[in-house]
Design a protein around this ligand. Structure first.
Ligand code: CIR
Length: 249
């Protein structure tokens, strides 16, 4: 597995915010936590690629939003926030040697955080960042079944649902309509931990924020092998653990 990551931008303090109030972000602490995340990916067997950050793009560390990686192709997105649109070029360059690439084009907008690929089906959050035109383009470009998911109160689909095992999804039902996920085992994030539904699944290990101890206990009692990271500094910029890597098998 290759994990493509991007350094924290020195301008991270100016990150886009939708649902959170702006609070100061400690750049050094954000970098330390991000290094810890990379080190964990490496210790779990990933080859970690580190792309340079860019002061022109405060949110560039959240590389997940710039591309969707499928078995047979990569899709370069057109991020919904104007300030993030230029983030895709460096990522496309890095992905080009790993997958044939296609691109989402205007008037479509799509953030990778809104895209959950479950086997051959692609679920897309109908968020403020991703529009119906993007669903149509994804369908056409990938030839996959693309399913829209209603979203309310969360920034991205994967803020509210991620896969944690072969048959289980971790969810926050306050923020998404779970009807499209019929047939999956749904594990609810603890109500005291609304941001606890975002986890990275790597084969049989889940990378998860250390702060969400109640949900973590639930995952473990479900037989899931959890490895934790400190992720609270980038969480102030509305980023979770999936946001910080693009996983390429
Ligand atoms: C943004 O609003 O775009 C960033 N501040 C946070 C992006 C987080 N990305 C993700 O959930 N995939």
């Amino acid at each position: 597995m290759i994990a493509i990551t991007r350094d924290v931008s020195p301008s991270i303090a100016n990150a886009e915010l939708t649902h959170l109030e702006r609070v100061p972000i400690d750049y050094e602490r954000a970098r330390e936590q991000h290094e810890e995340y990379r080190a964990l990916l490496a210790s779990l067997g990933c080859e970690v690629i580190s792309l340079p950050g860019d002061a022109a793009y405060p949110d560039c560390v959240f590389i997940e939003d710039t591309a969707i990686v499928l078995n047979d192709m990569g899709v370069i997105t057109r991020p919904g926030a104007d300030s993030r649109r230029g983030e895709v070029d460096v990522v496309a360059e890095a992905l080009a040697s790993l997958r044939p690439l296609v691109r989402i084009t205007a008037p479509a907008t799509l953030d990778g955080g809104d895209v959950l690929v479950l086997d051959e089906r692609i679920y897309v959050g109908r968020s403020q960042r991703s529009n119906d035109e993007a669903l149509a383009q994804l369908r056409q470009l990938t030839g996959r079944e693309v399913v829209g998911v209603g979203l309310h109160g969360a920034l991205h689909l994967k803020t509210a649902v991620t896969r944690v095992s072969r048959d289980t999804l971790l969810v926050n039902r306050e923020w998404i309509d779970v009807t499209p996920f019929a047939g999956w085992t749904l594990l609810d994030a603890d109500p005291a931990e609304p941001f606890g539904a975002n986890a990275v699944l790597l084969d049989d290990v889940v990378i998860y924020p250390v702060a969400f101890s109640r949900t973590r206990a639930k995952l473990e009692s479900h037989g899931i092998n959890v490895r934790t990271v400190k992720a609270d500094e980038l969480a102030k910029a509305e980023g979770g653990v999936t946001c910080c890597s693009l996983l390429v098998r």
